[in-house]
Design a protein around this ligand. Structure first.
Ligand code: G3H
Ligand code: ZN
Length: 284
């Protein structure tokens, strides 16, 4: 069923696993992720950035595509459709009204007081619709669609405490050294801060930039209260590799199903691997 991510995250935190947020880019991504979740009996979060929603047609197109596939597939595992890095109250509202079951309001580039104010506004609206809310503090490095950062700023635990207490969010993404896109060298995650932030409340934490984080760091993050991990780039890399191989092996191919089918399969296998790493397999 289509649900908010609130319950699945509480469950994950309690049982010591994380739920993957896998980003949608088109139909095949959506198919691959839903198929992987059902096969693995795993709850799943479908992440949709504003840019990806635009690419696919809009928020309504995304919601109807997901609902249609879930019906055709007979999906039984819990699925959340989540706005990734929502840029304003208006965008979050638009997504909620189109049927998203979860939103992230990313006002992390604003001063704390303003971040709190916008986030609170989103929470108040979302609560009326049973929609879960994720907020962010600090700066995640790298680039994802419209979100571009020059550097990395680690979230401040005192600011996290204030934001959590004043807004009533369902989960918090404190930027702690993670990066969107591939890492240059080994990631240097702020586990000390993660522990401190986690100990301040029982709110589940979110780890952005899940591509390229070694398993030991994933496990450590989960043990410190991380119950959602976002992955996008890894699926793009593996999916595109399959397309390249298929087209490279046969220059006569023109039917898109002949190269997008292998892309879909590569993404599905990548997602299955992540669900096992995160421990969410067999939990739904
Ligand atoms: O919001 C989405 C994620 O943080 C994805 O990060 O593309 O590095 O896996 P990634
Ligand atoms: Zn992100």
């Amino acid at each position: 069923p289509l649900v908010s991510m609130k319950e699945m995250m509480i469950q994950g935190k309690k049982q010591g696993y994380a739920i993957g947020q896998f980003n949608l880019n088109n139909l095949e991504y959506t198919q691959a992720i839903l198929q992987a979740a059902e096969e693995e009996k795993s709850p799943v979060i479908l992440g949709v950035s504003e840019g990806a929603a635009r690419y696919m047609g809009g928020f309504k197109t995304v919601v109807m595509m997901v609902k249609g596939l879930m019906e055709d597939y007979g999906t039984t595992v819990p699925v959340a459709i989540h706005l990734d890095h929502g840029s304003s109250f208006e965008k979050c509202k638009e997504a909620i009204e189109a049927g998203f079951t979860s939103v992230m309001i990313d006002a992390s580039s604003k001063p704390l007081a303003e971040n709190i104010e916008i986030t609170k506004q989103v929470v108040d609206f979302a609560k009326q619709h049973n929609v879960s809310v994720e907020a962010e503090l600090g700066v995640v490095g790298g680039q994802e669609d419209d979100i571009i950062a020059d550097g990395v700023i680690y979230a401040d635990p005192a600011e996290c405490k204030e934001l959590v207490e004043k807004t009533g969010i369902d989960c918090l993404a404190p930027a702690l050294g993670s990066v969107h896109g591939p890492y240059k060298g080994e990631p240097n995650l702020g586990f000390k801060e993660m522990e401190e932030i986690s100990s301040q409340s029982d709110l589940p934490l979110v780890l952005h930039g899940g591509t390229g984080i070694p398993l030991k760091d994933i496990q450590r993050a989960i043990s410190l209260g991380t119950s959602k991990i976002n992955v996008n780039t890894e699926n793009q890399i593996q999916g595109t590799k399959a397309v390249r191989e298929t087209l490279g092996a046969d220059t006569e191919v023109y039917d898109p199903r002949k190269y997008l089918g292998p892309m879909r399969e590569a993404i599905k296998q990548t997602v299955i691997g992540k669900m096992r790493e995160f421990g969410s397999s067999q939990q739904a």
